[in-house]
Design a protein around this ligand. Structure first.
Ligand SMILES: [Zn+2]
Length: 243
């Protein structure tokens, strides 16, 4: 589960979240689904860490398979929860925006059922509102362990952002860029399917925000890590287009 020095990838299927360690303190990027809490706590324990060592939960966007146990981490572990300011309202209220594509267009895909069943079983169908949320803006270096820089790339949601952990050589892309399609099953760099995007055209255009970033490792919200560089990932995602 260690993907790079000081970075661990956690997943119980469909969605990934990441633990970034610096001097014994932790930032969690995304919070899985609500049902991933016990797995999260035991993973921390496996690293010799405690819940109290988690300083921050950074959210790449406000969707229930990423905000997951964030409120519980805030109230029980005392972690500060962060999100881009354009998704703050959604995170506080649990209300997400309208989707660009119809979910019914994916009904004949096996991946659609795998994703839906896996997420529903872990409470990923509904967002748990987060009582207190701090916000970041595009380009901001966030003062949490790992000191990531926010790269705003709207489309999937208005506040979707990637987070660059420069000293770790890692770009956590959330749902700005995935390497596996949760609804069609297609593998490779791509934006999310329109059935999950608020604005698919904008999501595709926002890939340009990633260009020029130097990172050995792309860590997506869905799919395996990507090691062939940011430029190549963006090129392939643009070629793949919308789904
Ligand atoms: Zn997602």
């Amino acid at each position: 589960m260690q993907v790079n020095e000081g970075i661990h990838r956690l997943t119980q299927g469909v969605t990934n979240f990441y633990l970034i360690e610096e001097l014994g303190k932790y930032t969690v990027v995304d919070a899985g689904t609500p049902g991933d809490w016990a797995y999260f706590a035991s993973s921390l324990g496996g690293l010799g860490a405690k819940l109290a060592d988690v300083d921050a939960v950074l959210l790449t966007h406000a969707h229930p398979d990423h905000t997951g146990f964030a409120e519980r981490a805030r109230s029980e572990a005392g972690a500060q929860v962060w999100i881009h300011r354009a998704d703050e309202r959604a995170a506080r209220t649990g209300q997400t925006g309208k989707r660009d594509g119809k979910i019914t267009s994916y009904l004949f895909r096996a991946a659609f059922y795998r994703t839906t069943i896996s997420l529903m079983r872990r409470g990923g169908g509904r967002m748990i509102p987060i009582v207190e949320v701090s916000t970041f803006s595009d380009g901001e270096q966030i003062d949490v362990p790992g000191r990531p820089r926010a790269v705003h790339a709207p489309g999937h949601t208005p506040g979707s952002a990637a987070l660059l952990f420069e000293s770790h050589g890692a770009l956590v892309t959330g749902d700005v860029l995935a390497t596996e399609n949760a609804l069609t099953g297609r593998v490779g760099p791509q934006i999310m399917p329109d059935g999950l995007n608020e604005d698919g055209a904008q999501a595709l255009a926002s890939l340009d925000a990633l260009l020029g970033i130097d990172a050995d490792l792309i860590l997506p919200g869905h799919g395996d890590p990507w090691t062939e560089g940011v430029a190549e990932a963006v090129r392939r995602a643009k070629a793949a287009g919308r789904s």
